[in-house]
Design a binder for this molecule. Structure first.
Ligand code: PHE
Length: 331
């Protein structure tokens, strides 16, 4: 009896392969699964078998029936899909489709780390527009029209836009205009960081992109000193690069701070510059309408791409924006 079942299984499988139409498939079904099929007769006859055969034949017979129903369904589906392949169209051995799980861009990860570090130091997070008035990007930051320092920022101007006063619009070259916007609309005390995109009319190379991020920082309060600037940036550097990080300040020039500095961290045997900073220039306070003589403040601006490059040993800034998964998947 068991032999018979095995033979039936072989025959049915073979028979199914040559079914190329619905009617052939139907005949196959009647022959192997119909009420008068050999299999049905065997199953019906089980009650007359002796007890130990009963169990085995019952199990095998029922399993065969389920199998045949399964391959019948699969074959039918194959025919309906218009496939004329000989066997069942379902290949149970094909590997499944892998779910691709996305992840955060390395610059986004770095931005989040920077935000977290400054949040824990009591800084709020603000944003400003990427398309900006000339006034905020330059004038209010003590960089008037004819000031040679405008050459420090190669600007992309927007042709069409000009307000009634003849002011021009541009793609902001740094996040510093948000300093002016914040001071214009808020009174001290202020402790804020401003992450955002900036644009410069510049040829790209391994260290320059025409668009990139900056994180601006601004603190304004009564009697803030250069020590507050140093302390804040030192704490930030330790959170970002490790508790034994060394930092170095050198004199630098930015029209909206006085004195101005750049800050480097000591990383794998080298000093690497990561930001510009300084005490807010009195002219900037004046333009923002702050008159209290006890008010002072510090500001800084850093490049998250540069920080990510240092932390992850990346040697070309263009990799961040070329959408190559071989690069992006490493983070
Ligand atoms: N905005 C400056 C730049 O883009 C950086 C900076 C910000 C310097 C704040 C000093 C204070 O280079």
């Amino acid at each position: 009896m068991l032999e018979k079942l095995k033979k039936l299984q072989k025959q049915a499988n073979l028979g199914l392969k040559s079914c190329n139409s619905r009617s052939e498939l139907n005949n196959w079904k009647i022959k192997y699964l119909g009420r008068k099929s050999e299999l049905s007769l065997i199953l019906k006859d089980i009650k007359n078998l002796d007890p130990n055969m009963k169990k085995e034949v019952g199990m095998l017979g029922n399993k065969l029936r389920l199998d045949l129903e399964g391959i019948y369904d699969a074959h039918l589906e194959g025919l309906e899909l218009g496939k004329s392949d000989q066997s069942s169209s379902l290949d149970y051995f094909l590997p499944g489709r892998e779910e691709k799980i996305g992840k955060l861009h390395p610059v986004t990860q770095t931005l989040r780390e920077i935000k977290k570090a400054f949040s824990s130091l009591g800084f709020q997070i603000a944003e400003g527009p990427e398309i900006e008035w000339d006034k905020y990007n330059f004038d209010m930051l003590n960089i008037p029209e004819d000031h040679p320092a405008r050459d420090m920022w190669d600007t992309m101007w927007i042709d069409e836009k000009m307000n009634d006063n003849g002011e021009k619009m541009l793609l902001r070259t740094h996040t510093s205009p948000v300093q002016a916007r914040i001071m214009e609309s808020q009174e001290p005390p202020i402790r804020v960081i401003v992450p955002g995109k900036c644009y410069r009319y510049e040829a790209t190379d391994s260290t320059h992109e025409w668009h990139f991020y900056q994180v601006e920082g601004l603190a304004v309060d009564k009697n803030l000193t250069f020590s507050d600037l140093k302390g804040t940036l030192y704490e930030f550097s330790k959170k970002m690069f490790g508790s034994d990080t060394k930092i170095r300040f050198r004199c630098d020039y930015f029209p909206f701070v006085e004195p101005g500095v750049d800050m480097s961290i000591f990383w794998e045997g080298k000093w690497l510059e990561i930001l510009g900073a300084g005490m807010v220039h009195p002219k900037v306070f004046e333009k923002a309408g702050y008159t209290d003589a006890n008010i002072s403040g510090f500001a800084f601006g850093m490049g998250p791409e540069r920080i990510a490059m240092i932390k992850h040993d990346i040697d070309d800034i263009r990799l961040f924006y070329s959408n190559d998964l071989r690069f992006l998947n490493q983070f």
